[in-house]
Ligand binder design. Structure first.
Ligand code: MG
Length: 159
């Protein structure tokens, strides 16, 4: 049996914050604002995985009103989401993430991002796809006000 889910997230770009995307820290003039480390791509991925099994969203499981998650490393949230999937007898089939941002350049970091996510999820790296696109200067991502990410995830189990 297979099931799929999709996720989407946005965080605002501000000065004076670190930029964490797909579990790695990128050098940039701005970082993403959020209660956790604001890793927009991991948040979209978590929501895709949770969505595949109708398990609500990360805001439900890891509320941003909870001081426990202040400054939280989103990799911990992703590991927990994968644990929830396996606890129910499912395994991650594959995942595909698209980051929408005008800057920085993601191309040199894509494989490191894939390896990092695969390590956190405990899956083969070929199961994890990461892509990035600009929005041609259009919209809030184009104006560098924020970064958006979308993700899909397929999960499977034997029967
Ligand atoms: Mg988020």
């Amino acid at each position: 049996m297979i099931r799929i889910g999709q996720g989407y997230d946005v965080h605002r770009l501000v000065e004076g914050r670190e930029l964490w995307i797909c579990g790695i820290k990128l050098e940039h003039t701005h970082g993403l604002l959020g209660h956790s480390d604001a890793d927009v791509a991991i948040h979209a991925l978590c929501d895709a995985i949770l969505g595949s099994l109708s398990l609500k969203d990360i805001g439900y499981h890891f509320p941003d009103t909870d001081p426990k998650f202040k400054g939280a490393d989103s990799k911990r949230l992703l590991a927990e989401v994968c644990r929830m999937v396996r606890e129910r007898g499912w395994e991650i089939g594959n995942t595909d993430i698209t980051i929408m941002a005008e800057a920085p350049k993601f191309k040199p970091h894509i494989d490191e991002m894939r390896m990092k996510l695969a390590e956190v999820m405990n899956v083969d790296v070929d199961v994890v796809s990461v892509k990035a696109t600009t929005t041609e200067g259009l919209g809030f991502t184009g104006r560098r006000e924020g970064i958006a990410a979308s993700a899909v995830a397929l999960v499977y189990r034997d029967a």
